[in-house]
Design a protein around this ligand. Structure first.
Ligand SMILES: [Zn+2]
Length: 257
């Protein structure tokens, strides 16, 4: 199979509610099983970035946004398959919940792991990266707040978890040129929500990911494990962008937050 882009999968909550941001823990285990059986290996995102984003045949990466406590539902699976999973943290919300201003009503509220709980996950394969301090959309921040969000979340992770923090994910996937320039000063790379696999041709501070919402069917999982995902994603992306343009310009992207 020709090495295409790297599928960087994005998860939020792990439960059976069926909400737009939830993944059934059993389905998550089935996904890792299918990937492993197809010869796929998880890539550690920070080292993939440090190595210049090489093309990886049958590679994938796991990311989990917001650091909800439901990560405990899949921690044993991550450990069993020996995969690296990067958790993006809105650091002021650590130990609290995801009920920040602007959180869409359809996203279920949940507790967020404490610093000590996060530290306990490191030996299982979890890694930590920044998602701002308060989960505010960064394109609405003035210069001072933007700097506090970017610098503050990195410093909190480095001080509380004792590990370098080089990666960032934009809250709601939202950024603009000014935001990306600021992020570049603080982080080696940053991730958005554009629905695509990742490759070295993309802006290093606007790397694409694939929301797990699009991997909920066995058909989609088959496409991923047989290397046929990219064409299908292109169609989904066109549909999503068309829908976002026709309805409220932020509604769809916020739903994928
Ligand atoms: Zn988030």
């Amino acid at each position: 199979m020709r090495a295409g882009g790297l599928p960087i999968l994005t998860y939020h909550a792990f439960d059976t509610t069926g909400s737009v941001t939830a993944t059934d823990p059993v389905w998550f285990a089935d996904t890792l099983s299918a990937l492993t059986n197809a010869g796929f290996q998880a890539v550690d995102l920070a080292s993939w970035i440090a190595r210049g984003r090489p093309s990886v045949e049958r590679g994938f990466a796991l990311t989990i946004d917001d650091g909800l406590r439901s990560i405990f539902e899949v921690a044993d699976v991550v450990a069993r398959y020996r995969v690296s999973a990067t958790i993006f943290l809105a650091t002021d919300r650590v130990g609290s919940d995801n009920g920040w201003p602007g959180q869409p009503a359809k996203v279920p509220r949940g507790r967020i792991l404490s610093w000590s709980e996060l530290a306990s996950l490191e030996s299982l394969g979890f890694r930590f990266a920044a998602h701002g301090r308060t989960h505010v959309p960064l394109d609405r921040c003035d210069d001072t707040q933007l700097d506090e969000e970017l610098r503050g979340s990195r410093d909190a992770i480095e001080q509380r978890l004792g590990r370098a923090c080089s990666l960032f994910a934009y809250p709601y996937g939202r950024s603009n040129t000014k935001v990306r320039l600021a992020v570049r000063r603080h982080y080696a790379a940053a991730f958005g929500t554009r629905l695509d696999t990742a490759n070295a041709r993309q802006d290093l501070h606007q790397i694409s990911r694939i929301d797990a919402y699009y991997l909920r069917s066995s058909h989609a999982l088959d496409r991923l494990t047989t290397g046929k995902l990219e064409g299908w994603l292109r169609v989904r992306r066109t549909l999503r962008e068309g829908r976002a343009a026709m309805t409220h310009p932020l509604s769809w992207r916020l739903a994928r937050a």
